[in-house]
Design a protein around this ligand. Structure first.
Ligand SMILES: [Zn+2]
Length: 440
């Protein structure tokens, strides 16, 4: 409607102009060098109008042609995108089916159709990795990692994964640190950086990668192990003591943490504080290392008073290990009945390993020394000792290996804070790099 009005208006104006020109006869003269042309004004007007119409027609035709070309380009681009999307899906399917070469073929096709987008680079990287073309995989991940913005993190992750798979720790750490600068909470990157800090004895660096923890959780044990390792290398006694106190509160059930603190306080001749720390330790963790610290006689202490002191502490804190220590102290003091009483308390507390039978054999030999009864009873206890379970050891919850002494990291697999006293091998899965694409 509006268009029709515009056309009518233009026609009306043209008619008015034609009438106006027809009313005013005149000529238009044009001379170029020797050539001179003269024409009536109405003819020139008509010629100009025709010229205008032809020019408008040409402009219209060009516009139509341009529109048609644009539509054609758009259609082709859409077809490319659809084909590219189909290639992406086919590559993902091939990856899920474990068909590396097909995944790579489709990944390359997607990259050709869609260009080097974060998605096609990521896909080509993982497809090449699945197809065993590690160089191509690395190139794709490196291009992705070098991009600004979206996708860089995924590139670092792919590079870390390749490095872990070929056992190149340095490159894995480099990629993990680059990934952490983009996403500080990425678990896999933290795990790689954590392992690197532990390898280099950078205990504080490793601690920074662990969340705060209290009360015997897995993280608590890990923190405590790192804190004790740091305390062991600390030259300032006050700082070392602070680290040990922190270890005790991070993992109250970890006997070596209490033992380290007790030894530190005794070395500083803070006897009362050491005794308190030992009592707290024994109440929280029944362990031979703490029982041994309780028994350690002060120089010149008579055996009888030592037996009374140990028995009093054992009665106060409870626990099978302290019962065994009290029995041993009573035996040394030749208090036979007292020794037997503590052996029974140890048994009631769940102690039934070789140490108990060895102690009973020694008790029989010494109590009835030189008699037939001593020989018969001792022999029976030695026989029991031979078949009784061995005393508990430290067991790694990551690899199942056992070791007699506690260390911050398992001596077999290197996992930090994984040792538990006397526990059966409850193997926890090791921290591994997650799957590159969820579900694949
Ligand atoms: Zn281990």
């Amino acid at each position: 409607m509006r268009r029709a009005l515009v056309v009518l208006l233009v026609l009306a104006l043209a008619a008015a102009a034609a009438l106006w020109i027809a009313d005013r006869p005149g000529t238009v003269a044009l001379s170029v060098a020797d050539l001179a042309v003269e024409a009536p004004l109405w003819l020139v007007g008509l010629g100009l109008a025709l010229l205008l119409i032809v020019f408008s027609g040409l402009v219209w035709l060009l516009a139509r042609l341009r529109g048609w070309l644009q539509r054609r380009r758009l259609k082709r681009a859409l077809r490319h995108r659809d084909d590219g999307d189909a290639a992406v899906v086919a590559a993902l399917e091939a990856l899920a089916a474990g068909d590396g070469p097909a995944a790579l073929k489709n990944g390359r096709r997607a990259r050709k159709l869609l260009g080097d987008t974060p998605l096609t680079l990521l896909l080509t990287g993982h497809a090449a990795r699945a197809a065993g073309e590690i160089e191509t995989a690395e190139q794709s991940f490196r291009s992705l990692a070098g991009r600004k913005g979206a996708g860089a993190f995924l590139g670092h992750r792919g590079l870390a994964q390749l490095a872990v798979e070929r056992g190149s720790q340095g490159e894995a750490v480099e990629a993990a640190k680059a990934a952490l600068s983009l996403r500080p909470n990425a678990g896999w990157a933290q795990a790689i950086a954590f392992g690197d800090s532990v390898r280099h004895h950078d205990w504080q660096g490793a601690l920074r990668l662990l969340p705060e923890a209290r009360g015997d959780s897995e993280t608590g044990y890990r923190r405590a192990a790192l804190l004790l390792a740091a305390a062991g290398e600390e030259t300032d006694a006050t700082a070392a003591q602070r680290l040990e106190e922190e270890a005790v509160s991070a993992a109250p059930g970890l006997a070596p943490a209490h033992a380290a603190l007790v030894r530190r306080l005794r070395a500083a001749e803070r006897t009362r504080a050491a005794d308190k720390a030992l009592e707290r330790g024994l109440a929280a963790a029944s362990h031979p290392v703490l029982a041994a610290l309780a028994v350690e006689a002060s120089p010149g202490e008579p055996k009888g008073s030592r037996a009374r002191r140990v028995a009093s502490l054992a009665g106060q804190v409870g626990g099978a290990e302290m019962a065994l220590a009290a029995a041993r102290a009573a035996l040394e003091a030749e208090q036979w009945a007292e020794a037997r009483r503590w052996v029974e308390r140890g048994r009631a507390g769940g102690l039934e390993d070789r140490r108990l039978h060895v102690l009973l054999a020694e008790l029989a030999e010494r109590e009835f020394a030189g008699t037939e009864r001593a020989r018969i009873e001792a022999e029976a206890h030695w026989r029991d000792a031979a078949t009784a379970p061995a005393e508990p050891v430290w067991t790694c919850t990551a690899c199942g290996a056992t070791q007699p002494e506690w260390t911050p990291a398992c001596t077999n697999c290197g996992t930090v804070g994984s040792l538990r006293w006397g526990e059966a091998a409850a193997i926890a899965p090791r921290l591994a790099l997650p799957a590159p694409i969820p579900g694949l």
